[in-house]
Ligand binder design. Structure first.
Ligand SMILES: [Zn+2]
Length: 379
């Protein structure tokens, strides 16, 4: 279960990763080993848990800069050097002066705003009155900033902790600092974002990982409708239901036979044609049914990548760019990460007609994690 969770979490990253280059007007924060910025946190005196989290977020940002050869200090607002621009985190006086009122939000809404050479990252941060948890909009804003502009990928679910001296203790396997040559944002950056984050399940504390991944996996009311037609394994067709009526749902072997016609077979592990019109339509129609039932969120599940990488039909060969005539080819297909495009064909189709519906791709097993991460689609 644990493995399943963080694999599934990666999916969410894959869907929201954005490219950070190529803006017409850029505010360059760090480049060529040079960084003149300071990370500015509010002066202390608020709730301890908030102070600690803002400090930790600043330290994670500092660690990211340092991994890329950029030296940057973390200072409280009252001690900021007047001659340096700042990345202002949380409810600073500077954020307030520039019209960012975080107190109005009772959710994880955050702002990314460029003001001249300065950058504001702020959301509402406050302790939950009844639990160990806190609302940490700024921390979410920092995680998203690091992911979008500074090459950070949150991989593993671990408990981030402080050392006794107050320094940040992160399991370095849990965060990937992919190298970047520069850190820059659009010079007109003015983003207000309300992430899909609600009550967390079965956790007594928050981590960078859980915050960065929107507390994935979410509670059932956020998962919404599962696009899983009757007779399906996690959303994909089962031979017991469709072998006779729709053999085209199942993988085409190199000998021209469908997987459902080969024996012996396990209906739940049946290789499926992921890119062909039949299964694509089946999933789309199921999503439409859920939307008609009033669902605002839809989750599309899938089985492992090898099971969806075995079909030799024209669409599947086109999708993967190779045939699947032996296990080496099937593995290469699974490791290529191209299976994502089969899911995106479904999600884009839904999004075009129902732009307000949120779609989660819940991919529970990956064939080759390392390769998959490297080839995670950048969208
Ligand atoms: Zn196919």
């Amino acid at each position: 279960m644990r493995t399943t969770r963080w694999f599934a979490g990666l999916v969410f990253v894959g869907l929201v990763v954005m490219s950070g280059t190529g803006y017409a007007g850029e505010l360059t924060i760090a480049e060529s080993n040079q960084c003149n910025y300071q990370i500015v946190i509010p002066d202390k005196g608020r709730e301890e848990v908030v102070d600690n989290w803002l400090s930790a977020a600043a330290k994670l940002m500092q660690a990211t800069f340092e991994k890329n050869g950029f030296k940057i200090d973390v200072v409280q607002e009252g001690a900021k050097a007047a001659d340096k621009p700042g990345i202002y985190l949380g409810a600073t006086g500077f954020a307030k002066k520039n019209g960012i009122n975080v107190e109005q939000h009772d959710d994880w809404t955050y702002y990314h705003k460029a003001v001249g050479k300065d950058l504001i990252i702020a959301g509402n941060d406050k302790k939950d009155p009844k639990t160990m948890l806190a609302l940490l909009g700024t921390v979410k804003g920092v995680c998203d900033f690091l992911r979008e502009y500074a090459g950070v990928r949150f991989l593993f679910m671990t408990g981030d902790r402080f050392n006794k001296d107050g320094s940040l203790n992160i399991d370095t396997r849990s965060v990937a600092f992919t190298p970047v040559k520069k850190i820059a944002v659009p010079d007109n950056l003015d983003l207000k974002k309300t992430p899909m984050m609600r009550a967390n399940c079965d956790r007594s504390y928050e981590t960078f990982n859980s915050i960065s991944l929107n507390f994935f996996p979410p509670l059932s009311h956020i998962v919404g409708g599962m696009a899983a037609p009757a007779g399906t394994a996690v959303g994909w067709p089962l031979a017991t239901e469709y072998a006779k009526s729709h053999p085209e749902y199942f993988a085409l072997s190199k000998d021209g036979k469908r997987a459902c016609d080969l024996s012996p077979h396990d209906a739940y592990a049946m290789a499926v044609c992921a890119a062909g019109k039949g299964v694509q339509d089946l999933m789309y129609m199921e999503a439409e049914k859920l939307i008609a039932d009033g669902r605002k969120t839809i989750t599309i599940g899938c089985i492992d990548g090898y099971g969806l990488s075995q079909c030799n039909c024209e669409e599947c060969c086109k999708l993967f760019g190779m045939k699947a005539e032996n296990w080496d080819q099937i593995r290469a297909r699974g490791d290529s990460g191209k299976l994502w495009q089969a899911f995106f064909k479904i999600t884009e189709r839904i999004r075009e007609k129902y732009p307000d519906v949120k779609i989660i791709c819940n991919r529970s097993r990956l064939p080759n994690l390392t390769l998959e991460i490297q080839r995670m689609p950048i969208r």
